[in-house]
Design a binder for this molecule. Structure first.
Ligand SMILES: [Zn+2]
Length: 197
């Protein structure tokens, strides 16, 4: 079945979906009623049509600013820098961080064509530079792998003299994993145990 295989192939591109799972999902769609399939099609196309990047933190939003940036009870003097929008969700679940975020949309990896220009680093520098009231601390929560570490050092260097404190989330032993694979407990410890860089 050509169209079945095509769907399996498309689903396999989703993060964390293996071949067996992709086949299970495809079988589900094959058996599902018309309205269920339509619901997926509508949800996907409206997602593409309405989601944009927050003008301040570059996380996903349907408005100009995301819900976190709009929330006046958050501490505007703290910025937590993460690689991907889903990292914001993961950190929010810990409930530890009350500041704002900045999403880079990747990490420095020249081999994959990700130079510093393709990340939202220049925007971060501008944001810190123009912040009113001024930023007290930038916490870098990029992944604990080579790309994440390189990005953290680059940002720390770029922010020198612009902000009082730049800290790195305290992963302890480098885990070499993705932020979103960590449980809430590990992450909240990592946030509390951050160190100045
Ligand atoms: Zn935002």
């Amino acid at each position: 079945m050509k169209s079945f295989d095509r769907l399996v192939k498309a689903l396999r591109r989703l993060p964390g979906v293996g071949p067996r799972q992709a086949e299970r999902f495809s079988s589900y769609f094959l058996k599902a009623g018309e309205s269920e399939v339509d619901e997926f099609i509508t949800a996907l196309s409206s997602l593409r049509g309405s989601i944009k990047l927050c003008q301040k933190c570059f996380s996903y939003t349907e408005d100009d600013l995301c819900d976190i940036c709009k929330d006046t009870s958050r501490d505007e003097s703290l910025i937590c820098v993460v690689e991907e929008p889903q990292d914001v969700e993961v950190l929010e679940k810990t409930g530890v961080f009350k500041g704002l975020y900045h999403v880079l949309h990747g990490a420095y990896s020249p081999i994959d064509g990700k130079g510093t220009d393709s990340l939202k680093i220049r925007q971060l520098i501008e944001r810190v530079h123009n912040a009113e009231p001024e930023i007290k601390e930038v916490i870098i929560a990029t992944d604990p792998d080579t790309e994440g570490e390189t990005t953290a050092l680059y940002i720390a260097d770029a922010l020198k003299g612009l902000v009082g404190k730049v800290s790195r989330i305290g992963y302890g032993v480098p885990l070499g994993g993705d932020l979103d694979y960590m449980d809430e407990m590990t992450l909240s410890h990592a946030l509390k145990g951050r160190t100045k860089i």
